[in-house]
Design a protein around this ligand. Structure first.
Ligand SMILES: *[C@@H]1O[C@H](CO)[C@@H](O)[C@H](O)[C@H]1NC(C)=O
Ligand SMILES: *[C@@H]1O[C@H](CO)[C@@H](O)[C@H](O)[C@H]1NC(C)=O
Ligand SMILES: *[C@@H]1O[C@H](CO)[C@@H](O)[C@H](O)[C@H]1NC(C)=O
Length: 405
Protein backbone atom coordinates (compact mmCIF):
# COMPACT_ATOMS: atom_id res chain seq x y z
CA UNK A 1 0.00 0.00 0.00
CA UNK A 2 1.26 3.43 -0.89
CA UNK A 3 1.87 5.88 1.88
CA UNK A 4 -0.37 8.92 1.63
CA UNK A 5 0.49 11.83 3.91
CA UNK A 6 -2.39 12.95 6.08
CA UNK A 7 -2.18 16.48 4.71
CA UNK A 8 -2.70 15.29 1.14
CA UNK A 9 -5.69 13.17 2.15
CA UNK A 10 -7.18 16.23 3.79
CA UNK A 11 -6.87 18.45 0.73
CA UNK A 12 -7.99 15.90 -1.86
CA UNK A 13 -11.73 16.48 -1.43
CA UNK A 14 -11.41 20.19 -2.16
CA UNK A 15 -9.50 19.75 -5.41
CA UNK A 16 -11.52 16.89 -6.91
CA UNK A 17 -14.85 18.22 -8.18
CA UNK A 18 -17.53 15.75 -7.28
CA UNK A 19 -21.00 14.85 -8.45
CA UNK A 20 -23.37 16.56 -9.04
CA UNK A 21 -21.47 19.62 -10.31
CA UNK A 22 -24.76 21.45 -10.68
CA UNK A 23 -26.17 23.76 -11.82
CA UNK A 24 -26.00 22.58 -15.40
CA UNK A 25 -26.30 25.05 -18.24
CA UNK A 26 -26.13 24.97 -22.00
CA UNK A 27 -23.23 26.01 -24.17
CA UNK A 28 -24.38 25.95 -27.78
CA UNK A 29 -25.48 22.41 -28.55
CA UNK A 30 -23.97 21.00 -25.38
CA UNK A 31 -25.01 20.74 -21.76
CA UNK A 32 -22.12 21.52 -19.42
CA UNK A 33 -21.66 21.07 -15.69
CA UNK A 34 -20.56 23.69 -13.20
CA UNK A 35 -16.92 23.04 -14.10
CA UNK A 36 -17.67 23.58 -17.77
CA UNK A 37 -17.33 19.92 -18.75
CA UNK A 38 -19.79 18.35 -21.19
CA UNK A 39 -22.55 16.33 -19.57
CA UNK A 40 -24.51 14.24 -22.02
CA UNK A 41 -27.60 12.65 -20.63
CA UNK A 42 -27.73 8.88 -20.99
CA UNK A 43 -30.68 7.57 -19.08
CA UNK A 44 -34.02 5.93 -18.69
CA UNK A 45 -37.67 6.81 -18.02
CA UNK A 46 -39.17 5.84 -14.67
CA UNK A 47 -42.90 6.49 -14.93
CA UNK A 48 -44.84 7.86 -11.95
CA UNK A 49 -47.82 9.59 -13.56
CA UNK A 50 -50.30 6.70 -13.53
CA UNK A 51 -53.45 6.56 -11.39
CA UNK A 52 -51.51 5.85 -8.18
CA UNK A 53 -49.17 8.79 -8.87
CA UNK A 54 -46.22 7.00 -7.30
CA UNK A 55 -43.19 5.87 -9.33
CA UNK A 56 -43.72 2.31 -10.55
CA UNK A 57 -42.23 -0.97 -9.41
CA UNK A 58 -41.99 -0.51 -5.65
CA UNK A 59 -44.35 -3.43 -4.96
CA UNK A 60 -41.65 -5.65 -6.50
CA UNK A 61 -38.30 -4.08 -5.54
CA UNK A 62 -36.66 -1.55 -3.28
CA UNK A 63 -35.76 1.88 -4.59
CA UNK A 64 -32.07 1.16 -4.04
CA UNK A 65 -32.14 -2.08 -6.03
CA UNK A 66 -33.88 -0.37 -8.97
CA UNK A 67 -31.41 2.52 -8.90
CA UNK A 68 -28.49 0.07 -8.71
CA UNK A 69 -29.77 -1.65 -11.86
CA UNK A 70 -29.87 1.71 -13.64
CA UNK A 71 -26.40 2.55 -12.37
CA UNK A 72 -25.02 -0.76 -13.60
CA UNK A 73 -25.82 0.36 -17.16
CA UNK A 74 -23.56 3.40 -16.72
CA UNK A 75 -26.49 5.79 -16.93
CA UNK A 76 -26.37 9.29 -15.46
CA UNK A 77 -29.99 10.50 -15.48
CA UNK A 78 -33.54 9.32 -14.76
CA UNK A 79 -36.59 10.96 -16.31
CA UNK A 80 -39.02 10.76 -13.43
CA UNK A 81 -42.57 11.53 -14.52
CA UNK A 82 -45.31 13.08 -12.38
CA UNK A 83 -48.92 14.18 -12.72
CA UNK A 84 -50.16 17.69 -11.93
CA UNK A 85 -53.07 16.07 -10.04
CA UNK A 86 -50.65 15.22 -7.22
CA UNK A 87 -49.90 18.92 -6.71
CA UNK A 88 -53.60 19.81 -7.04
CA UNK A 89 -54.19 17.42 -4.13
CA UNK A 90 -51.33 18.93 -2.15
CA UNK A 91 -52.81 22.40 -2.67
CA UNK A 92 -56.29 21.31 -1.61
CA UNK A 93 -55.94 19.50 1.68
CA UNK A 94 -52.45 18.05 1.45
CA UNK A 95 -50.72 15.10 -0.14
CA UNK A 96 -52.20 11.68 0.55
CA UNK A 97 -50.53 8.71 2.22
CA UNK A 98 -49.30 5.77 0.18
CA UNK A 99 -52.12 3.61 1.45
CA UNK A 100 -54.74 6.10 0.29
CA UNK A 101 -52.98 6.49 -3.05
CA UNK A 102 -53.00 2.74 -3.68
CA UNK A 103 -56.60 2.39 -2.50
CA UNK A 104 -57.70 5.18 -4.82
CA UNK A 105 -55.62 3.99 -7.77
CA UNK A 106 -56.21 0.23 -7.46
CA UNK A 107 -59.49 -0.14 -5.60
CA UNK A 108 -59.86 -3.40 -3.70
CA UNK A 109 -56.31 -4.53 -4.58
CA UNK A 110 -54.85 -1.32 -3.21
CA UNK A 111 -54.13 -2.55 0.31
CA UNK A 112 -52.38 -5.70 -0.88
CA UNK A 113 -50.07 -3.79 -3.23
CA UNK A 114 -49.45 -1.15 -0.57
CA UNK A 115 -48.31 -3.87 1.86
CA UNK A 116 -45.91 -5.22 -0.78
CA UNK A 117 -44.47 -1.72 -1.23
CA UNK A 118 -43.83 -1.45 2.52
CA UNK A 119 -42.26 -4.89 2.62
CA UNK A 120 -39.76 -3.99 -0.11
CA UNK A 121 -39.22 -0.46 1.12
CA UNK A 122 -39.34 -0.64 4.92
CA UNK A 123 -38.24 2.99 5.27
CA UNK A 124 -41.81 3.95 4.35
CA UNK A 125 -44.49 4.07 7.02
CA UNK A 126 -48.23 4.65 7.32
CA UNK A 127 -47.63 8.40 7.19
CA UNK A 128 -45.38 8.47 4.10
CA UNK A 129 -46.85 10.55 1.27
CA UNK A 130 -46.47 10.30 -2.50
CA UNK A 131 -44.12 13.27 -2.71
CA UNK A 132 -41.95 11.71 -0.02
CA UNK A 133 -41.48 8.74 -2.35
CA UNK A 134 -40.17 11.17 -4.98
CA UNK A 135 -37.85 12.58 -2.30
CA UNK A 136 -36.60 9.09 -1.46
CA UNK A 137 -35.96 8.23 -5.10
CA UNK A 138 -34.12 11.52 -5.68
CA UNK A 139 -31.98 10.83 -2.59
CA UNK A 140 -31.06 7.34 -3.75
CA UNK A 141 -30.25 8.62 -7.25
CA UNK A 142 -28.02 11.29 -5.67
CA UNK A 143 -26.29 8.64 -3.60
CA UNK A 144 -25.49 6.76 -6.81
CA UNK A 145 -24.43 9.90 -8.76
CA UNK A 146 -27.46 10.05 -11.07
CA UNK A 147 -29.25 13.25 -12.06
CA UNK A 148 -33.00 13.77 -11.70
CA UNK A 149 -34.89 15.05 -14.73
CA UNK A 150 -38.50 15.67 -13.68
CA UNK A 151 -41.14 15.43 -16.35
CA UNK A 152 -44.70 16.69 -16.18
CA UNK A 153 -46.28 13.81 -18.02
CA UNK A 154 -50.02 14.40 -17.55
CA UNK A 155 -52.40 16.65 -15.64
CA UNK A 156 -54.65 13.80 -14.51
CA UNK A 157 -52.86 10.73 -13.20
CA UNK A 158 -53.30 8.06 -15.88
CA UNK A 159 -51.58 6.45 -18.83
CA UNK A 160 -50.45 8.86 -21.51
CA UNK A 161 -51.24 9.61 -24.34
CA UNK A 162 -54.12 9.71 -26.76
CA UNK A 163 -55.97 12.41 -28.67
CA UNK A 164 -59.10 11.98 -26.53
CA UNK A 165 -57.71 11.59 -23.02
CA UNK A 166 -58.53 15.14 -21.92
CA UNK A 167 -54.84 15.98 -21.37
CA UNK A 168 -53.80 16.78 -24.91
CA UNK A 169 -53.39 20.53 -25.16
CA UNK A 170 -53.74 23.75 -23.17
CA UNK A 171 -57.29 24.05 -21.90
CA UNK A 172 -58.36 20.47 -22.69
CA UNK A 173 -60.93 18.94 -20.28
CA UNK A 174 -58.30 17.90 -17.71
CA UNK A 175 -55.54 20.31 -18.77
CA UNK A 176 -56.16 23.40 -16.69
CA UNK A 177 -53.38 25.82 -17.64
CA UNK A 178 -53.24 27.60 -14.27
CA UNK A 179 -53.04 24.33 -12.35
CA UNK A 180 -50.35 23.15 -14.74
CA UNK A 181 -48.17 26.18 -14.12
CA UNK A 182 -48.82 25.98 -10.39
CA UNK A 183 -47.77 22.34 -10.40
CA UNK A 184 -44.57 23.07 -12.32
CA UNK A 185 -43.77 25.93 -9.98
CA UNK A 186 -44.34 23.70 -6.97
CA UNK A 187 -42.10 20.90 -8.21
CA UNK A 188 -39.37 23.32 -9.40
CA UNK A 189 -39.35 24.85 -5.93
CA UNK A 190 -39.69 21.61 -3.98
CA UNK A 191 -36.86 19.92 -5.88
CA UNK A 192 -34.38 22.62 -4.82
CA UNK A 193 -33.64 20.40 -1.86
CA UNK A 194 -32.50 17.57 -4.13
CA UNK A 195 -28.78 18.17 -4.85
CA UNK A 196 -28.99 16.14 -8.06
CA UNK A 197 -32.07 17.94 -9.45
CA UNK A 198 -30.85 19.05 -12.85
CA UNK A 199 -33.74 19.63 -15.25
CA UNK A 200 -37.48 19.58 -15.84
CA UNK A 201 -39.67 18.92 -18.87
CA UNK A 202 -42.62 21.34 -18.99
CA UNK A 203 -45.09 18.94 -20.59
CA UNK A 204 -44.96 15.57 -22.23
CA UNK A 205 -46.23 15.02 -25.80
CA UNK A 206 -48.53 17.92 -26.62
CA UNK A 207 -51.01 16.76 -29.22
CA UNK A 208 -54.07 17.84 -31.13
CA UNK A 209 -57.32 17.03 -29.30
CA UNK A 210 -60.05 15.12 -31.15
CA UNK A 211 -62.57 17.49 -29.74
CA UNK A 212 -60.93 20.89 -29.74
CA UNK A 213 -63.99 22.50 -28.14
CA UNK A 214 -62.49 23.36 -24.78
CA UNK A 215 -58.89 23.86 -25.85
CA UNK A 216 -56.98 26.82 -27.19
CA UNK A 217 -56.18 26.75 -30.92
CA UNK A 218 -53.65 24.06 -31.80
CA UNK A 219 -50.74 25.92 -33.38
CA UNK A 220 -47.17 27.13 -32.77
CA UNK A 221 -48.17 30.66 -31.77
CA UNK A 222 -50.25 29.32 -28.86
CA UNK A 223 -47.47 26.85 -28.07
CA UNK A 224 -45.02 29.72 -27.78
CA UNK A 225 -47.15 31.84 -25.47
CA UNK A 226 -47.92 28.93 -23.14
CA UNK A 227 -44.42 27.47 -23.08
CA UNK A 228 -42.82 30.88 -22.55
CA UNK A 229 -45.10 31.67 -19.61
CA UNK A 230 -44.52 28.26 -18.02
CA UNK A 231 -40.76 28.46 -18.54
CA UNK A 232 -40.71 31.93 -16.93
CA UNK A 233 -42.61 30.51 -13.94
CA UNK A 234 -40.23 27.57 -13.54
CA UNK A 235 -37.14 29.72 -13.90
CA UNK A 236 -38.42 32.16 -11.28
CA UNK A 237 -39.11 29.27 -8.88
CA UNK A 238 -35.76 27.58 -9.46
CA UNK A 239 -33.25 29.46 -11.64
CA UNK A 240 -30.71 26.63 -11.50
CA UNK A 241 -32.45 23.90 -13.46
CA UNK A 242 -32.52 23.29 -17.19
CA UNK A 243 -35.94 23.62 -18.80
CA UNK A 244 -36.86 21.14 -21.52
CA UNK A 245 -39.27 22.29 -24.23
CA UNK A 246 -41.22 19.63 -26.10
CA UNK A 247 -42.89 20.05 -29.46
CA UNK A 248 -46.15 19.30 -31.22
CA UNK A 249 -47.68 16.05 -32.50
CA UNK A 250 -46.66 13.89 -29.52
CA UNK A 251 -43.36 15.74 -29.32
CA UNK A 252 -42.24 14.51 -32.71
CA UNK A 253 -41.96 18.01 -34.21
CA UNK A 254 -40.02 21.11 -33.24
CA UNK A 255 -39.78 22.10 -36.89
CA UNK A 256 -39.87 25.93 -36.73
CA UNK A 257 -37.63 26.24 -33.65
CA UNK A 258 -34.07 25.50 -34.87
CA UNK A 259 -34.32 27.99 -37.74
CA UNK A 260 -36.28 30.61 -35.78
CA UNK A 261 -39.05 30.51 -38.37
CA UNK A 262 -42.36 32.33 -38.24
CA UNK A 263 -44.64 30.56 -35.74
CA UNK A 264 -47.73 32.20 -37.29
CA UNK A 265 -48.90 35.74 -36.56
CA UNK A 266 -45.34 36.92 -37.14
CA UNK A 267 -43.86 35.53 -33.91
CA UNK A 268 -40.54 33.75 -33.89
CA UNK A 269 -38.78 31.65 -31.27
CA UNK A 270 -35.57 33.50 -30.42
CA UNK A 271 -33.26 32.49 -27.59
CA UNK A 272 -32.52 36.16 -27.01
CA UNK A 273 -36.09 36.63 -25.76
CA UNK A 274 -35.28 34.47 -22.74
CA UNK A 275 -33.17 36.01 -19.98
CA UNK A 276 -32.22 32.43 -19.03
CA UNK A 277 -31.38 31.29 -22.54
CA UNK A 278 -28.55 29.05 -21.33
CA UNK A 279 -31.13 26.95 -19.46
CA UNK A 280 -33.22 25.91 -22.47
CA UNK A 281 -33.03 22.46 -24.02
CA UNK A 282 -35.25 20.93 -26.71
CA UNK A 283 -36.66 17.42 -26.40
CA UNK A 284 -38.03 15.05 -29.02
CA UNK A 285 -39.65 11.60 -28.97
CA UNK A 286 -39.30 8.88 -31.53
CA UNK A 287 -40.48 5.27 -31.48
CA UNK A 288 -39.87 2.07 -33.34
CA UNK A 289 -41.30 2.27 -36.83
CA UNK A 290 -41.27 0.31 -40.03
CA UNK A 291 -38.35 2.15 -41.69
CA UNK A 292 -36.23 -0.29 -43.66
CA UNK A 293 -33.11 1.84 -43.62
CA UNK A 294 -31.52 4.24 -41.16
CA UNK A 295 -31.54 7.21 -43.52
CA UNK A 296 -35.35 7.11 -43.47
CA UNK A 297 -35.18 7.66 -39.71
CA UNK A 298 -32.23 10.05 -39.68
CA UNK A 299 -33.55 12.59 -42.21
CA UNK A 300 -36.93 13.27 -40.58
CA UNK A 301 -35.52 13.21 -37.04
CA UNK A 302 -32.93 15.80 -38.02
CA UNK A 303 -35.41 18.03 -39.84
CA UNK A 304 -37.98 17.73 -37.04
CA UNK A 305 -35.63 19.20 -34.44
CA UNK A 306 -32.14 17.76 -34.11
CA UNK A 307 -30.97 20.37 -36.61
CA UNK A 308 -30.88 22.75 -33.62
CA UNK A 309 -27.59 21.05 -32.75
CA UNK A 310 -26.01 22.20 -36.04
CA UNK A 311 -23.29 24.83 -35.52
CA UNK A 312 -25.08 27.40 -37.69
CA UNK A 313 -28.63 26.87 -36.39
CA UNK A 314 -30.38 30.17 -35.64
CA UNK A 315 -31.37 28.77 -32.24
CA UNK A 316 -28.44 26.51 -31.48
CA UNK A 317 -29.48 24.35 -28.54
CA UNK A 318 -29.03 20.89 -27.08
CA UNK A 319 -31.71 18.42 -28.23
CA UNK A 320 -32.34 15.34 -26.10
CA UNK A 321 -34.29 12.27 -27.24
CA UNK A 322 -36.24 11.96 -24.00
CA UNK A 323 -38.28 8.98 -25.19
CA UNK A 324 -37.51 6.22 -27.63
CA UNK A 325 -37.96 2.53 -27.36
CA UNK A 326 -38.89 -0.83 -28.74
CA UNK A 327 -39.99 -4.22 -27.52
CA UNK A 328 -37.52 -6.04 -25.31
CA UNK A 329 -39.52 -9.24 -25.66
CA UNK A 330 -38.06 -10.05 -29.07
CA UNK A 331 -35.05 -9.23 -31.23
CA UNK A 332 -36.04 -5.62 -31.91
CA UNK A 333 -32.76 -4.48 -30.34
CA UNK A 334 -30.93 -5.79 -33.40
CA UNK A 335 -33.38 -4.39 -35.97
CA UNK A 336 -33.06 -1.35 -38.22
CA UNK A 337 -34.70 1.05 -35.77
CA UNK A 338 -32.71 0.24 -32.62
CA UNK A 339 -29.44 -0.05 -34.52
CA UNK A 340 -30.06 3.31 -36.16
CA UNK A 341 -30.82 5.16 -32.91
CA UNK A 342 -27.70 3.63 -31.34
CA UNK A 343 -25.70 5.10 -34.22
CA UNK A 344 -27.38 8.51 -34.39
CA UNK A 345 -27.07 9.60 -30.77
CA UNK A 346 -23.24 9.42 -30.65
CA UNK A 347 -23.06 10.76 -34.21
CA UNK A 348 -25.03 13.82 -33.14
CA UNK A 349 -23.24 13.95 -29.73
CA UNK A 350 -26.60 14.15 -28.04
CA UNK A 351 -28.41 12.76 -25.02
CA UNK A 352 -31.27 10.30 -24.69
CA UNK A 353 -33.58 8.48 -22.26
CA UNK A 354 -35.04 5.12 -23.19
CA UNK A 355 -38.65 4.07 -22.41
CA UNK A 356 -38.80 2.49 -19.83
CA UNK A 357 -36.99 0.94 -16.89
CA UNK A 358 -39.75 -1.24 -15.48
CA UNK A 359 -41.42 -4.40 -16.66
CA UNK A 360 -44.89 -3.62 -15.31
CA UNK A 361 -47.23 -0.88 -14.12
CA UNK A 362 -49.38 -0.80 -10.98
CA UNK A 363 -52.19 -0.18 -13.46
CA UNK A 364 -52.37 1.02 -17.04
CA UNK A 365 -55.37 1.65 -19.24
CA UNK A 366 -57.65 -0.22 -16.83
CA UNK A 367 -55.47 -3.33 -16.44
CA UNK A 368 -53.74 -3.82 -13.11
CA UNK A 369 -50.21 -5.25 -12.94
CA UNK A 370 -49.93 -4.46 -16.64
CA UNK A 371 -46.99 -6.11 -18.40
CA UNK A 372 -44.55 -3.68 -20.07
CA UNK A 373 -42.79 -5.71 -22.75
CA UNK A 374 -40.76 -2.65 -23.71
CA UNK A 375 -39.32 -2.45 -20.20
CA UNK A 376 -35.62 -3.07 -19.63
CA UNK A 377 -36.52 -5.12 -16.56
CA UNK A 378 -38.81 -8.13 -16.33
CA UNK A 379 -42.30 -8.08 -14.84
CA UNK A 380 -41.01 -8.32 -11.25
CA UNK A 381 -38.26 -5.72 -11.91
CA UNK A 382 -35.80 -8.36 -10.63
CA UNK A 383 -33.58 -8.89 -13.67
CA UNK A 384 -33.12 -7.74 -17.24
CA UNK A 385 -35.78 -8.85 -19.67
CA UNK A 386 -33.36 -9.34 -22.54
CA UNK A 387 -29.62 -9.62 -21.83
CA UNK A 388 -28.58 -9.11 -25.45
CA UNK A 389 -30.64 -5.93 -25.67
CA UNK A 390 -29.04 -4.72 -22.44
CA UNK A 391 -25.54 -5.36 -23.69
CA UNK A 392 -26.36 -3.32 -26.83
CA UNK A 393 -27.76 -0.57 -24.61
CA UNK A 394 -24.57 -0.48 -22.55
CA UNK A 395 -22.66 0.01 -25.78
CA UNK A 396 -24.93 2.95 -26.60
CA UNK A 397 -24.20 4.47 -23.19
CA UNK A 398 -20.45 4.31 -23.64
CA UNK A 399 -20.51 5.40 -27.31
CA UNK A 400 -22.62 8.43 -26.39
CA UNK A 401 -20.42 9.42 -23.46
CA UNK A 402 -17.27 9.02 -25.57
CA UNK A 403 -18.71 11.26 -28.29
CA UNK A 404 -18.43 14.37 -26.14
CA UNK A 405 -15.08 13.76 -24.55
C1 LIG B 1 -18.09 17.79 -14.35
O1 LIG B 1 -16.86 18.37 -14.49
C2 LIG B 1 -15.82 17.83 -13.71
C3 LIG B 1 -14.58 18.65 -13.92
O2 LIG B 1 -14.18 18.62 -15.26
C4 LIG B 1 -15.64 16.37 -14.01
O3 LIG B 1 -14.61 15.82 -13.24
C5 LIG B 1 -16.91 15.66 -13.77
O4 LIG B 1 -16.80 14.30 -14.11
C6 LIG B 1 -18.04 16.31 -14.51
N1 LIG B 1 -19.26 15.71 -14.09
C7 LIG B 1 -20.04 14.99 -14.89
C8 LIG B 1 -21.23 14.41 -14.26
O5 LIG B 1 -19.81 14.81 -16.06
C1 LIG C 1 -38.55 39.04 -28.80
O1 LIG C 1 -37.95 40.25 -28.41
C2 LIG C 1 -38.02 41.27 -29.38
C3 LIG C 1 -37.19 42.45 -28.91
O2 LIG C 1 -37.59 42.86 -27.63
C4 LIG C 1 -39.47 41.64 -29.60
O3 LIG C 1 -39.58 42.64 -30.59
C5 LIG C 1 -40.21 40.39 -30.06
O4 LIG C 1 -41.59 40.64 -30.19
C6 LIG C 1 -40.01 39.25 -29.10
N1 LIG C 1 -40.57 38.01 -29.69
C7 LIG C 1 -41.57 37.35 -29.15
C8 LIG C 1 -42.02 36.13 -29.85
O5 LIG C 1 -42.10 37.69 -28.11
C1 LIG D 1 -17.85 18.93 -25.69
O1 LIG D 1 -17.81 17.96 -26.73
C2 LIG D 1 -17.53 18.50 -28.01
C3 LIG D 1 -17.67 17.38 -29.02
O2 LIG D 1 -16.80 16.35 -28.78
C4 LIG D 1 -16.16 19.13 -28.02
O3 LIG D 1 -15.91 19.71 -29.28
C5 LIG D 1 -16.11 20.20 -26.96
O4 LIG D 1 -14.81 20.73 -26.87
C6 LIG D 1 -16.50 19.61 -25.61
N1 LIG D 1 -16.56 20.68 -24.65
C7 LIG D 1 -15.84 20.68 -23.56
C8 LIG D 1 -16.01 21.84 -22.65
O5 LIG D 1 -15.06 19.78 -23.30
Amino acid sequence: MRFIPALLVAIVPSIVTAFPNTPLKTSGQFIVNSSGANVTYVGVNWPGAGEVMIPEGLQYQSISSIVSKIKSLGMNVVRLTFAIEMIDDIKSGGDVTLQKAFQKGLGSNGDKVYQQVLKNNPQFTASTTRLEVYDAIAAELAKQDIYVHLDNHMSKGKWCCSTNDGNTWFGDTDFNVNNWKRGLQYMADHSKKWPNMASIGLRNELRKPDNAGKSLAYNWAVWYDQIKAAADTVNAANPNILIFLSGLDYDTKLTPIPGGEDLGSGKKFQLSNFSYKDKLVLELHNYQNSASKCSDIEGPLWDNGFSATWPTAVNKMPVVLTEFGFSNADKSYSGVYATCIRKLMPQWKTGWMVWAVGGSYYTRGGTQDYEETWGLLNHQWSDWRNKDAISALKGMVSDTLKSVK
